[in-house]
Design a protein around this ligand. Sequence first.
Ligand SMILES: [Zn+2]
Length: 317
Amino acid sequence: MEIQVDMITYQKTLRNSISCTGVGVHSGKVVNMSLKPAEPNSGVLFRRTDVEGDAANIPARYDTVSDLVMCTTIENEHGVKVATIEHLLAALSGSGVDNVLIELDGPEVPVMDGSSAPFVFLIECADLVEQAAPRQYIKILKEVSVSEGQATATLSPGDHMTVSFEIDFENKRIGRQSCQFNLRNGTFKNEISRARTFGFLSELEQLKSMGLAKGGSLDNAIVLSGEDVLNEEGLRYQDEFVRHKALDAIGDLYLAGAPIIGQFQGVRSGHALNNKLLHALLADEDAWCLTTEAPYRTSQVGGAYWPEQKAAAPITA
Ligand SMILES: [Zn+2]
């Protein structure tokens, strides 16, 4: 039996810098990206190396989100943007990275394989280091829910970080799927991170004719034609579609600026509704509080890769 002890955990950043190169799914252009260590309490900051001065910096926060139509785009007060941040944000959340500087020489995060797995791999290669500042969590104190049509997104109190999701597509290959995860002990890496984004061939052709999804291909998405999966290798999980929706939600929620202690439930939700949920939550001061009391040891939040860290002394009442 496991004994839960309230304890503080410490913020983490990367031990080393690491780089990758990939194509932007919408621009179709090659982007070079570096993930670098960052100071405690600095959060997730994007920097465009092709832009000069302060205008290059774009903090990844729920209130810098400017566009949610095809992907999550953030923008600073100078109008400088970075698009398609969601799968990287999910990897940072799932791996327990609090502070990181992300440098890019273009306006879009590389899509890689359409999942978070390549980013988790990069983070593991860079390794993590604890910093001399306690991690703060956003603890949910009462239920907050937003809806639009048949879609709802809800955060409610809970002792852990759990994500559950439900989708219902007319397309029989997807159909009705649901999943629920407790985000600890490598759950994100093992059960969620490899789930790819998905789309329909007809939509992809339409998007390309509109000048979007120029980099979209079978290399970075599950593509369906009717009920057939066109990717030769098939699916990575039987319910890969709903797992990807959970992955998206984990990335979207990380824009709150701190890990959330509570239960997320999404029903047919997407980036826009998840962001609306964060606005509703954070605008209601009775619905949440900041706490340094962690639900788990930090190492249990990240991938299975990291060795158990020395826990801080339990807080005694
Ligand atoms: Zn996605």
